[in-house]
Write a protein that binds this ligand. Structure first.
Ligand code: GDP
Ligand code: GDP
Length: 436
């Protein structure tokens, strides 16, 4: 997935309502796992077989009526830098405001693909009022009622042809690791420490977008790519202190990666921005390594301190807690090569296949001893377990007489057992009950 559509506009025009509507178009091919972080800001939209990512830029800023021009300027600038198509939302009831004019001016200068969305057109009599938005100088306004869905099909029909062509197939199968994290976590420093001056930047890897920078790492018997979000790319005009800036930047890197290294600043711990990035990693079902960087700055490093630090991180990222944490220092290079080793092992875990006989030898007696709870006097019988071949993350099917009665807590119990018995650290996992 390489197309990113950003929704911009002043507060209360309906951005988050539009976001919800667009991201609901995607059929739940596999049902949303229980406990997955559901964030309002980032999701997928599917229309006529095309899939793209959608970001509600309003979701990351304080959404108050008295938003300053400066703040909205940054919000829109990040969208211009990172998105392929921008939906500029305006409100047909309030008409064009000064802030709308201000945004329109930035967008006109950007040369980006922009769609003006005249929202809150709840009935056709309001559509004539939408004509005033031609005055923004950004082309035809598309009318929409995000609440009722009126106009959403036409809007999507208009957006899809504006997207870039889909990714071609990957040329090589080398692992891809994204280094992500909030500003100043040490992303550039660690990539510098790995690659040094002799870095070989690869931008023409098939299946990548022009926006991702791939750095090949080919030494000490390893061969893979780092996907860089901050370091090598020239620092942008937009100031790095924008709250969601690193989150927007991380999206493509995460989408194109196999395993993500989430850089956390040891002196700050896990913050809301880290959680936003984590939730994008989770939503994309990528492998995870947490690298607690700047470990050199932490004064007390007893085993007890380390344990407390680890627990605090796992608590914040729960219910997904089975991932490796490496305490490192990009500055002193302490344990930075451990980050690579661990990322490679997560990559292996993500591809791990358990032979069917081994799987059943372990799972069936376990299930026999701890069967799913009976519901309404009906007993659930799980007869067979198999792993689906060729999936992005390890995926298991439980064949049962009454699959609908197998609930999330029981699936979580089985997942934990699988994780105890085999090495799946850092990789998401899916388990689905099915009718035998
Ligand atoms: P945001 O601040 O731009 O994200 O705006 P929201 O999505 O939070 O919407 C602001 C308000 O406008 C909420 O009360 C929504 O219910 C309402 N709203 C959003 N879309 C529509 C619409 O199509 N028609 C009407 N009548 N109200 C809408
Ligand atoms: P980025 O924004 O995530 O790319 O972060 P940078 O790599 O630019 O690092 C931000 C600041 O933290 C710089 O001043 C670095 O020198 C400093 N820094 C990065 N890693 C470490 C570390 O392990 N220890 C210490 N003490 N400082 C670090």
């Amino acid at each position: 997935m390489s197309n990113l559509v950003a929704i911009v506009g002043r507060p209360n025009v309906g951005k988050s309502t539009i976001f919800n509507r667009l991201t609901q178009t995607r059929h739940a091919i596999i049902s949303e796992e229980a406990g997955t972080t559901r964030d309002r800001q980032y999701g997928y939209c599917e229309w006529n077989g095309r899939e793209f990512s959608v970001v509600d830029t309003g979701g990351w800023v304080v959404n108050s009526e008295d938003v300053f021009e400066e703040e909205i300027n940054r919000q829109v600038s990040v969208a211009i830098e990172e998105a392929d198509v921008i939906l500029f939302v305006v409100d047909v009831v309030s008409g064009i405001t000064d802030l709308d004019q201000f945004v329109a001016k930035i967008l006109r200068k950007s040369g980006k693909k922009v769609v003006v969305v005249a929202n809150k057109v709840d009935n056709y009599s309001l559509q004539y009022q939408a004509a005033e938005f031609y005055g923004l100088g950004l082309g035809d306004p598309y009318i929409l009622s995000a609440v009722s869905g009126l106009g959403s099909g036409d809007l999507l029909d208009h957006i899809v042809p504006m997207l870039k062509p889909e990714n071609v197939e990957r040329l090589d199968d080398l692992p891809r690791f994204a280094i992500v994290g909030r500003p100043n976590a040490g992303k550039s420093s660690i990539i510098n420490a790995f690659i040094g001056e002799d870095r070989h930047i690869v931008t023409d890897v098939a299946g990548t977008t022009r926006d991702s920078i791939y750095v090949r790492y080919n030494k000490f018997g390893h061969d893979f790519y780092f996907i860089d979000t901050a370091g090598i790319r020239k620092k942008s005009k937009v100031s790095e202190d924008v709250e969601y800036y690193s989150v927007m930047r991380a999206i493509r890197a995460i989408e194109n990666a196999d395993v993500c290294v989430l850089m956390v600043d040891a002196t700050r711990g896990i913050e809301s921005q880290d959680l936003n990035i984590f939730s994008i990693i989770q939503k994309n079902r990528k492998g995870l390594v947490v690298c607690v960087n700047k470990w050199d700055l932490v004064p007390s490093k007893t085993a007890k301190d380390i344990k407390a630090f680890e627990n605090a991180i796992r608590e914040r990222l729960a219910p997904f807690t089975d991932f490796p944490i490496v305490f490192a220092s990009a500055l002193t290079k302490q344990r930075i090569y451990k980050v690579i080793e661990v990322a490679l092992s997560v990559y292996e875990n993500k591809k791990r296949r358990i032979p069917t006989s081994q799987l059943n030898d372990f799972m069936l007696p376990l299930i026999e001893n701890f069967p799913p709870p009976a519901i309404k006097g009906k007993y659930v019988k799980i007869k067979f377990v198999s792993q689906v071949p060729e999936t992005q993350v390890p995926t298991f099917i439980l064949y049962a007489n009454l699959p609908q009665y197998i609930k999330a807590p029981y699936l979580r119990f089985l997942e934990n057992k699988l994780r105890e018995n085999w090495e799946f650290s850092g990789t998401p996992m899916l388990i689905f009950p099915r009718q035998k």
